[in-house]
Design a protein around this ligand. Structure first.
Ligand SMILES: [Zn+2]
Length: 174
């Protein structure tokens, strides 16, 4: 910085202690008092400006941290829901496979009937027979001894658990 006619002049009242410190600083650096004060002022202003931007960055980082934490929670929830969904899909697949197995024979035509015939279509799969199988479930109809009622109850129970779990989850989700 060079002194000249166009250079503004700043008059500031300072304490004697600060004046002594400035003098010591000037002597140490072998500078003029003007050069020493100007340098100190410039460094002070830069430090204040940096301090403000550091505070701004810290606030921004804090906001991002909160956002990240929230995103992590949402991701964990989505993963848990997906795992539950996969589990349910596997249960349904197992149940579907099991329902395809024979559970007895039609009391009218002796044709083999599967769990799905009794529980879903509720009709004999033999196209020449096609009699209703609903009475077999009640256990009072003729030929109920031709069916593995235990297996049918297990299938019904498993279906109930899956439907119940889906129902509870849909309630929890609301
Ligand atoms: Zn039949």
């Amino acid at each position: 910085m060079t002194a000249g006619a166009a250079t503004p002049i700043l008059y500031v009242r300072i304490t004697p202690a600060l004046r002594r410190q400035l003098e010591a600083y000037r002597v140490e650096l072998a500078q003029t008092l003007t050069a020493a004060v100007t340098e100190l002022l410039e460094r002070g202003l830069a430090s204040v400006a940096n301090g403000a931007s550091v505070q701004e960055l810290e606030a921004k980082a804090g906001g991002l941290e909160q956002e990240l934490a929230l995103t992590r929670i949402q991701l964990a929830e989505a993963n848990a829901a997906l795992r539950a969904l996969h589990g349910r899909e596997q249960e349904l697949k197992t149940l579907g496979e099991r329902a395809e197995l024979p559970v007895g024979s039609c009391p009218f035509c002796r044709k083999e009937v599967r769990g799905t015939d009794v529980l879903l279509t509720q009709r004999c799969p033999n196209p020449n027979c096609g009699r209703g199988l609903t009475s077999l479930l009640l256990g009072s109809g003729a030929g109920s001894k031709d069916l593995d009622r235990t297996e049918l109850l297990v299938l019904l129970g498993a279906l109930g658990i899956i439907v119940g779990a889906a129902y509870l989850q849909s309630k929890a989700g609301n």
